[in-house]
Ligand binder design. Structure first.
Ligand code: SAT
Ligand code: MN
Length: 619
């Protein structure tokens, strides 16, 4: 079944691939067909090269170890290379595209010596969906091909679609690990990548082109994900009138069997994947998953927003994933999964900090060193057995709670959009915006409080790190213009058809209350279903359990059946408006957050601040 360059009939694709071959000078070129035989053969190649280990304990699962210099996205080496600097905005790194192309062409010249170039035709979104988009990734990394196979729809079926129409659009994505091999040289079992200063993750938004060099890890290298589905797609969405968002999509069913679909944006470390796969603690309710990371939403003829998950797999953070925190994620990754930078047990399984049980005997840590298992499942910072950003790449269709319509080409109609962050004070458990623009305001102020664990700068602790719409590192254009785009989307339909917007905060703290585990005033996890139930009822037009407050609509109470007494006691406190706290919040937004966007900040958002300030003064 294997494909060659001759199988590419789409002239523009062919010309671009040939141009890249001439520049990168690979030893061989393979067009990826997406078959199981091809996947198995590539994986065997990685095992033979000493880059992957087959796990005895898990069916068709493999472990890779990267290098300490290549373990995560590198924001400092990520560029929005728009023709005009202003279009990249104040929150992205920018280099003039002419200059950056010259630099990168110098690096790409001959960079695939000794390697195979893989041509991956891939589709972001269900095949045949009017919301989906195609891309071609060229890469010299087998690891990337294997991950793209899981994370996207890739191979012949996509090439066939592109071949059928000379005008079919595609996003060209060029990737190299940046480690050419001399004659006869091999990687010697060491993860290939370039030094940090030679890594470039570049988006050219004017051309809708992606060039990535020097990293083999995650979002730096699997170009369909953050580079295409967010940075380039946000630009396409702005131009074409839709939304490309860093959001989960979940399906919520109430005890009567009625269904609503919800999307949600949360900064990292707020349990986004856990929420997407939540197991409700209240009887009769059901949560199913459509997507855990990215949502593309377009208006249907009926004026509602329909969402698809552009991905086909989960690239989940392993540490902290346990039967308690996210059983469904663990089951998703039981077979046909790629693990990266997890620890390896003696009996051929993976282990990580926070997996829920201590390891036994000896472990091979993520750096490849054999060490005695720690007596507890926590390690001191920097000495973890698994890297804190260790990942599992698992097919979405293995998720026990995947919704049957997760691949519906029409998408699912969205009733509610959630925003949230880690906020120990001020922000209540849940509140609903008074209008679409007020909801856009809430998205624009999303952030988490900086803790000693998340910074090395003691002076920052306690301040809010704002991550508007949780998309800060993934917005392909000026963030102020992005806010404006959201305001514009609200004008394309009517409030009754637009999703309702909610701000949730699972992380309120009361350090003085010794009864509370971890000091948290809300249990979170499956108990977040109590909040989802209220949101569901609001979307159904239920006005029986609501109060209009200065900051928006809030529940009078929630379903507390089965909740521990100490949470019942703290609930009124986290369902209250903290008037003084909110005044400070608005002042912080006005003085420290919004000025960054200068003249690109839409006036509608400043008007919302004035409106809420006014309401707080009267409260
Ligand atoms: O590496 S990814 O960009 O895919 C995941 C993340 O860092 O958010
Ligand atoms: Mn993400």
């Amino acid at each position: 079944m294997s494909l060659t360059l001759n199988d590419i009939k789409h002239n523009k694709i062919k010309a671009w691939v040939e141009e890249c071959i001439a520049m990168c000078e690979p030893d061989n070129v393979v067009v990826v067909d997406g078959s199981k035989e091809e996947y198995d053969a590539l994986m065997q190649k990685c095992v033979n090269a000493g880059l992957a280990t087959k796990l005895a304990k898990k069916e068709n699962c493999y472990l890779f170890r990267s290098l300490p210099s290549d373990v995560a996205r590198v924001e400092s080496r990520t560029f929005i290379s728009s023709v005009k600097e202003e279009d990249a905005g104040p929150t992205n790194h920018w280099i003039d595209p002419k200059e950056l192309k010259e630099t990168m062409k110098g690096l790409y010249k001959g960079c695939m010596h000794g390697r195979t170039m893989y041509v991956i035709p891939f589709c972001m979104g269900p095949l045949g969906s009017p919301i989906s988009k195609n891309g071609i990734e060229l890469t010299d990394s087998e690891y990337v091909v294997l991950n793209m196979d899981i994370m996207t729809r890739a191979g012949k079926k996509v090439l066939d679609i592109l071949n059928a129409d000379q005008n079919a659009e595609f996003v060209p994505c060029l990737h190299s690990v940046g480690k050419p091999l001399n004659n006869g040289e091999t990687d010697g079992g060491i993860w290939p990548c370039a030094d940090v200063e030679h890594k470039y993750i570049t988006q050219f938004p004017d051309e809708k082109l992606i060039w990535s060099y020097g990293s083999g890890y995650g979002g730096n290298a699997l170009l369909g994900k953050k580079c295409f589905a967010l940075r380039i797609a946000t630009v396409l969405a702005r131009d074409e009138g839709w939304l490309a968002e860093h959001m989960l999509i979940l399906k919520l069913t109430n005890p009567k069997g009625e269904v609503k679909y919800v999307t949600g944006a949360f900064p990292s470390a707020c349990g986004k994947t856990n929420l997407a796969m939540l197991i409700p603690t209240i009887p009769g309710w059901k949560v199913e998953t459509i997507g855990d990371d990215i949502a593309w939403m377009k208006f249907g003829k009926d004026g509602r927003l329909y969402a698809i998950n552009p991905e086909a797999g989960f690239f989940g953070v392993a540490p902290g994933t346990s039967a308690e925190s996210n059983k469904n994620a663990l089951i998703s990754a039981e077979k046909n999964t790629i693990y990266t930078n997890c620890a390896l047990t003696e009996d051929g399984d993976v282990w990580w900090e926070g997996i829920g049980y201590p390891a036994k005997g000896k472990l091979v840590d993520w750096k490849g060193n054999t060490r005695d298992a720690l007596p507890k499942d926590k390690a001191p910072k920097g000495e973890e057995m698994a890297h804190p950003n260790a990942r599992f790449t698992a097919p979405a269709n293995q998720c026990p709670c995947i919704a049957k319509e997760w691949e519906d080409p029409a998408g699912v109609p969205i009733s509610a959009i959630l925003f949230g962050g880690r906020r120990p004070s001020t922000i209540p458990l849940v509140h609903q915006s008074l209008s679409w623009n007020h909801g856009v305001f809430l998205g624009s102020i999303v952030g988490s409080e900086i803790t000693a664990a998340s910074t090395i700068n003691a002076a920052e602790v306690g301040k809010i790190r704002r991550d508007p719409f949780a998309i800060l590192p993934f917005c392909g254009y000026n963030m102020g213009d992005y806010f404006k785009h959201w305001i514009e989307i609200g004008k394309k339909s009517t409030e009754d058809k637009l999703p309702k917007i909610f701000y949730v905060n699972w992380f309120r703290k009361d350090a003085n209350n010794e009864k509370l585990p971890g000091g948290f005033m809300w249990p979170g996890y499956g108990d977040n279903s109590r909040v989802l139930a209220w949101i569901f009822d609001r979307c159904n037009g239920d006005n029986s359990n609501v109060v209009e407050t200065a900051i928006g609509y809030m529940p009078k109470t929630l379903n507390t059946d089965g909740l521990a007494d100490y949470y019942k006691e703290t609930l009124p406190e986290i369902l209250k408006v903290d008037v003084e706290g909110w005044k400070k919040e608005l002042a912080d937004v006005k003085e420290n957050h919004y000025p960054k966007f200068g003249k690109h900040l839409p006036k509608e958002l400043s008007e919302i601040i004035d409106m809420i300030q006014d309401r707080l003064n009267k409260a």
